[in-house]
Design a protein around this ligand. Sequence first.
Ligand code: DHB
Length: 506
Amino acid sequence: MKRRAVVVGLTATTVGTAAGFGSGARAATQDWRAGAGAGARASADLVFDPDACTESTLTIKDTAGVAHEVVYRFYKVASYVAEPVDATYQSLNVSVPVKIDGTAVDATGAPILLANGIGGYMPSSVANNTGIVASGMGGGTSRQALALAAGYVVVEPGARGRTLVDASGVYYGTAPAVIVDLKAAVRYLRFNKGRVPGDVRRIVSSGVSAGGALSALLGASGDSPLYDPYLKEIGAADTSDAIFAAGAWCPIIDLEHADMAYEWCWGANPLNGGAQVDPAVSGELKAAYAEHLAALGLRAKGFGALTARNLDAYLLRTHLEPSATRYLAALPGADRAAYLAANPFITWSGGGSGGRATFSWDGFRTHVGARKKNAPSFDGFTLATPENNLFGTGTTKARHFTLYSLRHESGDSARLDADIPAKLDLMNPMHHLVENPNRNRAKHWWIRLGTKDTDTSLSVAGNLSARLTSLGDDVDTAYYWDAGHGADQDPGDFVEWIGEISGYRL
Ligand code: DHB
């Protein structure tokens, strides 16, 4: 961790014509709805105006604690589509560094960090932001500010989300709206090659949790024709939506298999307060995961085919023991000894800071303790989870998206709504990686997850990593020891990684 940003001062001066927001954007939306000729005007209206910005100065502390004065231009794009459904969400901001520590920088060829702020599959708006969002989760600094101080262009897109509902009760932000919007944002950037600062062939997306899932999906599904009708409908630019790299922190993906995966991983763990989940439900879902894994056909070096029998060993050897080893090796000797004394399930061999942690799956999952979610965790029997809402449609707020939960509630002859299978594919990065791997996927991947994150199974990110590795992609995966949901313990390393994979240096 070399960079951590703290905003010390912010001053703004207007350069050119600052693009208005709020009421202006809404007026534009109404124009589109009024309709005449919206399609014909589409591409002209998607032209980025390189002069419509404000210029500000931001003091950003890097992760070594060194303050940098960054002068940057801030552009508000009222909508990245020609026919927005709701421009409050379908808009984006662009931040471009022009001077760092008194030295002019030219970001024309810089990589572009596309940082989504999506959480919980909820709507995400950047419409009211007047500058880069410089503070990150937990009061620290944002990835965006670190990227800006490294000389990169930063794009912050908004996107529709599951809870949006119009005056007639129609849910207009359920699947696949959020990924369609992010793709439209990518297309906007690529359409504006040469006008928008930065190298549009070097778009690196980032996101956490649901945002991490969408970042991974953006990376996996680049240029997939499956999204074309949806993109057309909102007047997205007619160009590529492939991205160069994807960063995904605790990605909540593979939703249709997440209930099974959860019981495989955390099935034996108690809920908060000590109660166990329904053992019949847990056991059935766990058994279904074994079948799913067998059909999936994942492989990993040193393990061959990944099955319910060796998936724990794969996670232990490939991700969890190296995570504990890094954590313990970095501790001062006395702290390491105290940690090991308090956690006897870990064997520390080799001694000192050069040791190596080993432990059993059972020892590990007992150490993690309470599971966050009941069973089933994602397709809830009572339709009350975020994911039930994500797969809502029309005036129906929430639906089942797995046969297991549907039939548990409605009997063995019940069938999923006809549109559900295609929507699951549209929302699942694994769909684009497993059977017919998408050739236009991102080839560089940064995957991070806390070992105490029980928002989903630890195998979800592990499977993604294994599949991408098998495909030959450049995959940097690490689990953060004892860290919970949303952790980011190496933000400076991510920013450096972007420089390495893109070959960009200030
Ligand atoms: C998020 C967390 C969840 O547990 C989930 O099911 C979906 C999204 C989130 O933090 O974004």
